[in-house]
Design a binder for this molecule. Structure first.
Ligand code: PLP
Length: 374
């Protein structure tokens, strides 16, 4: 190519992000991202790593030593969890009640596991009796479930009951907390979850790139005593231990700026207080839900399983879901999303996460939707 491409300055549109993620990023996080880089082994960065780990433990409600940001998006922390815990020949139990159960299945199979299902329709949570029945029928090593299903707007209730069932059968529990961490009640230690992974771009309101993961000692013992190495070198936790553990030795170059961002996003969580933050999400999303219902719209999830961080709303018959989404984007610079998989064309997904979970955003969504539906 002879001529240099004539590409203009970056001027992205000024959107209000009320979709399934990313959510709006707090200005303090954006400022943290524009501070100068240091080396990923610089003593000052090692200090920052410790702080991020401490803040992550607070946010996950855990004392797990093994609590780190994985370099990459939520799927990287997901694959780190599944790819290290599931060994070739292990049996993994995964749900069928949403899009991300399907991704768990794919990852478990790629790790060499046999997959069995605990079935529930899209839009419903898992029934503990079905989980129990699956454990009675199969010899399960690892049980994965999605705490906050972004594709259906369903929150899995009764997590302790599920972990009790799994542990009484000596299985390990992996929880997908991508759309709950920092916005919806989540208590890793109290609920006896062995491994939880998440993403920063949802209720933490941080750009994607460094994704939270926590493992208890029991899970880490399984990982460290594997007979066969995990198939991914990059996500091999026994190697990452060298960087995030005592040694602080090079494994790969940490995404320094994303770690700065996560630190600031987690500092905001600590300042607000984790429980107050859960309450704020409940209150603000509650306003959104009441406003949607007052407009005659119906939530996809029944009240008992409603997920405040992701409001799945049924598209009224005769309405073109895509046209409404496009109207909000074009006329209001406002992002909401359509349904995925089984719910494609049937729901809108309206996020209420982190810095986006503010009364002013809720008012904006409600008035823009009312206009679009007029
Ligand atoms: N799990 C759930 C429940 C999600 O909502 C997402 C992303 O939306 C992921 C996993 C994967 O995260 P990412 O898209 O950041 O890789």
């Amino acid at each position: 190519m002879e001529k240099a491409p004539d590409v203009g300055e970056l001027t992205p549109p000024d959107r209000t992000l009320m979709g399934p993620g990313p959510s709006d990023v707090h200005p303090r996080v954006l400022r943290a991202m524009s501070t100068p880089l240091v080396g990923h082994l610089d003593p000052s960065f090692v200090e920052i790593m410790n702080e991020v780990q401490e803040l992550l433990r607070y946010t996950f409600r855990t004392d797990n030593q093994w609590t780190i940001p994985v370099s990459g998006t939520g799927s990287a922390s997901m694959e780190a969890a599944i790819g290290n815990l599931v060994e070739p020949g292990d049996t993994a139990l995964v749900p069928t009640n949403g899009y991300f159960g399907g991704r768990m299945q794919s990852m478990a199979e790629r790790a060499g596991g046999e997959v069995v299902h605990v079935d529930a329709p899209w839009g419903e949570p898992l029934d503990p009796a079905d989980v129990e029945a699956a454990f009675d029928e199969h010899s399960i090593d690892v049980f994965g479930f999605v705490h906050a299903e972004t594709s259906t707007g369903v929150k899995q209730p009764g997590v302790s009951e599920l972990t009790d069932i799994a542990h009484s059968h000596d299985a390990y529990v992996i929880a997908d907390t991508v759309t709950s961490l920092g916005g919806v009640e989540l208590r890793v230690d109290e609920w006896d979850i062995d491994v939880a992974y998440s993403g920063p771009q949802k209720c933490l309101s941080c750009p994607p790139g460094a994704s939270p993961l926590t493992l208890n000692d029991r899970a880490m013992d399984k990982v460290l005593s594997r007979e066969e190495e995990p198939r991914s070198w990059y996500l091999d936790l026994s190697l990452l231990e060298g960087y995030w553990g005592e040694e602080r030795a090079y494994h790969h170059t940490a995404p320094v700026t994303n770690v700065y961002a996560l630190r600031e996003a987690l500092r905001l969580v600590a300042e607000e207080g984790i429980e107050a933050r859960w309450e704020r999400h409940l209150d603000v999303a509650g306003e959104l839900k009441s406003g949607l219902e007052a407009m005659g719209l119906e939530m996809n999830a029944p009240d008992e399983y409603w997920l405040p961080s992701l409001n799945a709303v049924r598209v009224p018959s005769g309405v073109d879901d895509g046209a409404v989404i496009a109207h909000l984007l074009d006329e209001y610079d406002l992002e909401i999303a359509s349904g995925l998989g089984d719910l494609s064309g049937e729901i809108w997904r309206i996020g209420c996460m982190g810095y986006s979970a503010r009364p002013k955003n809720v008012e904006y969504v409600l008035s823009a939707l009312a206009d679009a539906l007029e």
